[in-house]
Design a protein around this ligand. Structure first.
Ligand code: AMP
Ligand code: GLY
Length: 423
């Protein structure tokens, strides 16, 4: 079997390493991948958004199966295009990927089908948005409608900040066309949980829960990033809460998408907040989360490729998806300055065996050397019998990977550990 994985970050590296366990796969391609994956897959220098070239490559190379991992190509309809040329895919079609591609769509879906989420209003007219803010109180949340690299969400502490954010998006085009429509929503409070789930359109099978750390600095200070580290499972997500989520959120979402003729097949990501009034949806993503995938997949005991094939074919069974009872922690090593400006081109050096996994996100190979080439450079994941053990181990392993100007948070998992100890 020839399999290609679209994308080039740490998530894709984790997917590729997991797929390698399946012996029916003879060749794995990463499109475009990155230099840090060169030992695990054949790199194909085609951008993840270059749909024409990807389809041409798939036909020429007789690719049997494609995993489309990032949001952009999914929202652009890469799965539809690949299906048209006869390539089986893991990932939602364009019609279904809109659940992430448009926040206005997903908010309206939740309202229509009674799925718990923050109350909100959608605006395409800036003056109306500003007038609406005069009737609200802070904190309040402003979201660009479209994709914005996880940065299109502003938590405004004052109405003035909220208005500034609206003007930035709707008048100054901060997020391009993604900000032409904005969603203004209620500020929710409570622990956050990420749940990734396989769904074949018939059933939804959640994976182990996780917790992301979105802010750049320790103690959740600094700017929002793509994610600075993760732990799994998330101690806040008890069995009871999982049951409530299945009944009030997961199953209703799959049913809602079917009712809208937008059957979702692939990995659906539920970003949840556990509020005093029960679990609510903060966001949907139409794909594996990054860096959530870097703790979830190492804990998966079943064969990922088999699960992906069954998901694509609509034959998924609950018993196909098994996870270990252990814990995992992933520490993201970034370039100092991320998510704003940072330097690149520094050599990444590993000293000694890493007891865990190194998933490379932003690196290139140059003259046989691996050089930093992005904001998030790599993730170091360790597994332990307990959460505490996995955190300690992940930080120990992190010391074995070095590059100039490296930056990482020192408190990944600390909040979760505190919650777990108080439970
Ligand atoms: P999103 O890109 O929608 O996941 O939002 C990024 C982050 O902003 C989330 O992980 C939350 O921490 C925060 N956030 C988003 N929406 C809300 C909300 N309604 N209330 C409080 N925090 C929110
Ligand atoms: N870690 C959040 C995301 O993948 O969107």
């Amino acid at each position: 079997m020839k399999v290609m994985v679209i994308g080039g970050g740490g998530r894709e590296h984790a997917i590729i390493k997991k797929l390698k366990e399946n012996k029916t796969i003879t060749t794995l391609y990463a499109v475009p991948g990155n230099g840090g994956m060169a030992n695990d897959a054949t790199l194909v220098p085609i951008g993840a958004k270059d749909l024409d070239k990807i389809c041409e490559f798939a036909v020429n190379e007789k690719i049997d199966f494609a995993v489309v991992a990032p949001d952009d190509p999914l929202v652009l309809g890469l799965v539809d295009r690949l299906n048209e040329v006869g390539v089986e895919c893991f990932g939602p079609t364009k019609d279904a990927a809109i659940i992430e591609g448009s926040k206005a769509f997903s908010k309206n879906l939740m309202k229509k089908y009674g799925i718990p989420t923050a109350t909100y209003e959608t605006f395409t007219d800036m003056e109306k948005a500003l007038a609406y803010l005069d009737t609200q109180s802070a904190p309040i949340v402003i979201k660009a409608d479209g994709l914005a690299l996880g940065k299109g969400v502003i938590i405004a502490e004052t109405i003035k900040d909220a208005k500034d954010a609206v003007i930035e998006m709707m008048q100054n085009g901060k997020f391009g066309a993604s900000g032409n429509t904005v969603v203004i929503e209620e500020f929710l409070q409570g622990p956050e949980v990420s749940v990734l789930a396989f769904t074949d359109g018939n059933i939804v099978v959640p994976m182990v829960s996780s917790m992301d750390h979105k802010r750049a600095k320790d103690n959740d200070q600094g700017l929002n990033t793509g994610g600075m580290g993760t732990i799994a499972p998330n101690p806040c997500y008890t069995k009871e809460i999982a049951e409530v989520c299945m009944k009030t959120i997961f199953k209703p979402t799959i049913d809602a998408m079917n009712s809208e003729n937008r059957t979702f097949k692939g990995c659906l990501y539920f970003g949840l907040m556990l509020t005093k009034n029960g679990p609510k949806v903060i966001e949907y993503n139409c794909r594996f989360g990054d860096p959530e995938t870097q703790v979830v997949l190492p804990l998966m005991e079943s064969d990922l490729f088999t699960v992906m094939q069954k998901t694509a074919r609509g034959t998924l069974k609950e018993e196909d998806v098994k996870f270990s009872n252990k814990s995992a922690c992933c520490v993201i090593m970034a370039s100092n300055g991320y998510p704003e400006s940072y330097e690149k081109g520094f050599e990444i050096v590993q000293t000694g065996e890493v007891d865990g996994e190194v998933y490379v996100a932003g690196a290139i190979l140059k003259d046989g050397k691996l050089l930093t080439n992005g904001g998030r450079v790599l993730g170091v994941t360790a597994i332990g019998d307990t959460l505490k053990e996995s955190i300690e181990k992940a930080y120990e392993q992190t010391k074995k990977v070095t590059f100039a100007n490296a930056y990482y948070r020192n408190d990944i998992g600390a909040k979760a550990l505190k919650i777990a100890e108080e439970m």
